[in-house]
Design a binder for this molecule. Structure first.
Ligand SMILES: [Zn+2]
Length: 223
């Protein structure tokens, strides 16, 4: 009897783009610049040593569990989300508390929601050979890379065999700001009604044109 080997399905995580939903339009820090520009290639990098981040919030309505960060794609989640990840023993991240929220006028926003800046520690690599992607240039100073084609021309994404460290949350080499996850994360969002999370299949993450629709969690878990 042959044994059917199912490869685990991976997903990419993004925000539901609903107009008016509160989001962070800027990141402030009292202990210096949080974002710095590489002198050599002009890439923008995050200075992870600053732990006193204040987020400037724009938009109206209820604060979401997954907060879009407009200035730089930080992975910002609510204390409810973090609690659920702890409950279900999610692996592959470190969480750092956000010090506070203010509005555009600089006034503190009073809310029960606490936010956390998530540093994803789980790793995977893309199979660039299979994707016909070549690295043309690599910055010696900051490690930023340039490819032989635009990211939106990458086509289907493939995992490099043996490169996945089995974390529930992970990022791919060279794409450290784009969170990826296993089915477990979708399950938690669905079961615990966490808001503003959107998932697509790992394979389709570079398909900006003719992109398949995001996963309908209701349907996904009902079937
Ligand atoms: Zn650089």
């Amino acid at each position: 009897m042959g044994r059917r080997v199912l490869m685990e399905q991976f997903y990419d995580i993004s925000h539901i783009e609903k107009k008016g939903t509160p989001y962070a339009s800027a990141i402030l820090s009292n202990s210096g610049t949080y974002l710095s520009t590489c002198h050599k290639c002009k890439s923008i990098k995050v200075n992870r040593s600053n732990k006193d981040l204040i987020l400037v919030i724009e938009g109206k309505g209820e604060l979401p569990d997954y907060l879009l960060c407009g200035q730089y794609p930080l992975f910002i989640i609510s204390n409810k989300t973090l609690k659920m990840w702890q409950k279900y023993s999610v692996t592959g991240y470190d969480a750092f508390p956000i010090a506070g929220l203010i509005n555009k006028d600089g006034e503190e926003i009073i809310t029960d929601i606490r936010y956390f800046d998530i540093h994803i520690t789980g790793r995977v690599k893309f199979d660039f050979n299979k994707m016909n992607v070549k690295i043309k240039y690599r910055c010696q100073k900051c490690g930023a890379v340039e490819y032989n084609k635009q990211v939106w021309q990458f086509g289907l994404a493939y995992v490099k065999q043996g490169s996945y460290d089995e974390s529930d949350l992970f990022v791919a080499e060279y794409f450290e700001t784009a969170p990826l996850c296993t089915e477990k994360i979708l399950d938690i969002v669905y079961k615990e009604n966490l808001t503003n999370f959107k998932f697509r299949t790992f394979e389709s993450q570079f398909m900006f044109l003719n992109r398949p629709p995001a996963i309908d969690l209701q349907k996904h878990f009902r079937d």
